[in-house]
Write a protein that binds this ligand. Structure first.
Ligand code: 0RA
Length: 642
């Protein structure tokens, strides 16, 4: 509910809401999710979303985001500017109300914006409440206006700063409150850059500039990036497919604007074996899918099958291609704009509007067959790819049946190599996937056999990015893994059948270990994504160093910890573990396995898009791109969130 009434005159009910910013400071989590890094970045999204709303309404064309040297953030847009006129009843400037009132936002009047970003839309006032200082500057009505706040409270009235006949717009500077964000107020350039790039793709023609003016040791010049995509989603798909081999040259693009809703779609098939479909509603990434994706899938399956039949590529007696066959290797971005979005699901990222399912389906039923006819030689290649996928699926099914019988999956048998735990309560059960010949022994001895199971994995398991599932299922390591976890894979995946609620990858800290880790994560991401989404997948953190001071032994995770330790004990000698196998059972237990003393990293693919890109680059064919990526991201494994 908006805190203001429809005709934007304020009454007593609204006045009580004016006290609302105290509530935001008391329970920030209610408004921004958390006061950790995610909540902190939410402040930026909130201000940027307001500026993007101005762009979507057709007024702003450029947004500048600057990370200031003193820890603040500046967001400039060239929209209409937040209104400053004084409301007769409250005798307050609209600017003061927008920034000082909970939920007032910019959307007083129905129809001020056709559509607007939904999820973050808690209002700039929330940012104001959670900032130790916020300065607003508005350029409109012939002047520059300014007002400053501290922790949501105005420090002054709206001041007329100087005449201004040039462009209109809004500038918001804010400094997050260290009393609220007690862990850290450091903004992450890459996180912000990723989101701004995404926004620029989603809003074709909108120029977004990100500048980092903060001073780091290695960095002297401000770092700056400009995002402006004239091709919109088409450019987005090209970008995602840049490390993949397209099956056909043209990216399919469909755009529709009706009075009620808008649809933009871009897609292209590649020679890979996985689907990369990403959807958005009102600029928000709908990780959990929803009605727009459902409408898309239905129309796509129909259109491809109909085309295949009329061209005789699929014979009368042959079965229809399944949706899964059709989507193999497909990269697609679906973006809808909806007047009143309904977000559902665990993380409120599933679009619920039922009318959107039929809207998307209707538009695509009209345009997809048109495209396929017009580019019929490309369409034929697409269908051939789908038919190959169908044959491979049939082969995979057979292979799966065989592995099922072989592994005794149907009789509930478990892999011989698995040292299972005795508890049957998945909530307390943990599975350690242990790489390296010599580590399995100590891990089995060092575990708590009631709650901890150990599955040794030998050799490098198959790179699933380059192989179809049928092939992957010939690999005993993979079959053992699937059997032990219990959920099944792909279509048959069922989270409720997970035998462990922690699946922990334990690999050496060296290059080989990191390769195995990536291979395992790729497999889990592609075929058991639900396990990662549920937060069940972890990385163990074995130490890299052992140091002795007198008779006391310390374990240090990495070079940073060692350097820190050496400040206190400059002369200390450290021995480096070459592999997990060098640790005895007790050492492994204390440092890595025992819940009382270990640390785990939870694997988080909240941002499936970034992960998708990451995996296709890390595991795909383009060696040069992979090298470049690793050089640039050696220390930045973004899909991991502690
Ligand atoms: C309220 C009403 C109007 C625009 C805005 C707020 C607005 C808010 C923000 C926040 C950042 N940049 C912004 N730009 C505009 C409509 C103004 C009109 O009708 O002229």
């Amino acid at each position: 509910m908006a805190a203001t009434n429809g005709n934007s005159s304020y009454d007593a009910r609204d006045i009580t809401v004016l006290e609302g910013l105290e509530a935001v400071r008391k329970r920030p989590g209610m408004y921004i999710g958390s006061t950790g890094p995610r909540g902190l970045h939410h402040l930026v999204w909130e201000v940027v979303d307001n500026a993007v709303d101005e762009a979507m309404a057709g007024f702003a064309t450029r947004i500048e985001v600057t990370l200031l040297a003193d820890g603040g953030v500046r967001v400039i847009d060239n929209g209409r500017g937040i209104p400053v006129d004084i409301h007769p009843k409250t005798r307050q400037s609209a600017l003061t109300v927008v920034l000082g009132t909970l939920h007032a936002g910019g959307k007083f009047e129905q129809g001020a914006y056709t559509v607007s970003g939904g999820l973050h839309g808690v209002g700039v006032s929330v940012v104001n409440a959670l900032s130790q200082k916020l300065d607003a500057e508005v350029r409109r009505d012939g002047f520059v206006w300014g007002q400053s706040f501290s922790r949501g409270k105005p420090l002054s009235k709206v001041e007329k700063l100087k005449p201004w006949k040039k462009n209109s717009g809004t500038t918001i500077n804010f400094w997050p409150d260290t009393q609220i964000f007690t862990d850290s107020t450091d903004f992450d350039f890459d996180t912000i850059s990723t989101r701004l790039r995404e926004l620029a793709y989603l809003n074709r023609g909108l120029e977004i500039v990100l500048t980092d003016e903060r001073v780091f040791e290695e960095q002297t010049e401000p770092r700056s990036e400009t995002f402006l995509f004239k091709g919109g989603l088409l450019d987005f798909v090209k970008h995602l497919n840049s490390s993949r081999e397209p099956v056909h040259p043209h990216v399919i693009e469909i755009i529709d604007r009706s009075a009620e809703s808008e649809l933009e779609l871009a897609m292209q098939w590649t020679g890979t074996y996985t689907e990369s479909i990403h959807s958005f509603a009102n600029n928000i990434n709908t990780h959990e899918g929803g009605t727009h994706e459902e409408g898309f899938r239905k129309a796509l399956t129909n259109a491809i099958n109909a085309f295949a039949r009329t061209k005789g590529l699929l014979k009368d007696k042959e079965e229809n291609l399944t949706g899964e066959d059709i989507r193999e290797g497909l990269t697609a971005i679906i973006s809808v704009r909806v007047r009143v979005p309904q977000f559902e699901g665990q993380t409120k990222t599933k679009l619920g509007n039922t009318e959107i399912r039929s809207y998307v389906e209707k538009i695509l039923n009209r345009h997809l067959p048109e495209w396929l006819e017009r580019y019929s030689s490309e369409a034929r290649r697409i269908v051939e790819k789908c038919i190959t996928a169908a044959k491979a699926r049939e082969a995979a099914r057979k292979a799966r049946d065989v592995t099922r019988r072989k592994s005794g999956l149907e009789s509930g048998g478990l892999p011989d190599k698995l040292a299972d735990c005795s508890t049957r309560n998945p909530d307390e059960a943990e599975l350690f996937i242990v790489e390296g010949k010599s580590a399995a022994g100590p891990a089995k001895q060092g575990r708590n056999s009631h709650t901890q199971a150990v599955l040794p994995i030998r050799g490098k398991i198959l790179n699933v990015e380059k192989a179809r599932l049928a092939k992957a299922l010939q690999n005993t390591e993979i079959v053992d893994l699937i059997t032990a976890v219990g959920t099944g894979i792909g279509d048959e995946f069922d989270l409720a059948k997970a035998r462990y609620h922690k699946v922990i990858i334990l690999a050496d800290a060296d290059v080989d270990g990191s390769h195995i880790r990536t291979l395992l994560l790729t497999f889990l991401f592609r075929h058991m994504r639900g396990l990662i989404e549920a937060g069940y997948v972890y990385l163990a953190q074995p130490p890299l160093y052992r140091v002795k001071v007198g008779s006391k032994v310390h374990y240090l995770k990495d070079d940073t910890e060692l350097a820190e330790f050496r400040k206190e004990h400059p002369k200390v000698k450290a021995s480096r573990f070459k592999g997990l196998g060098e640790m005895d059972a007790e050492e492994l237990r204390v440092t890595t396995m025992d819940p009382e003393t270990r640390t785990l990293l939870r694997v988080d693919v909240d941002d499936a898009l970034a992960a998708d890109e990451l995996f296709s680059i890390l595991m795909g064919d383009d060696v040069a791109q992979r090298k470049l990526f690793i050089q640039q991201n050696a220390k930045d494994v973004r899909f991991l969130d502690i």
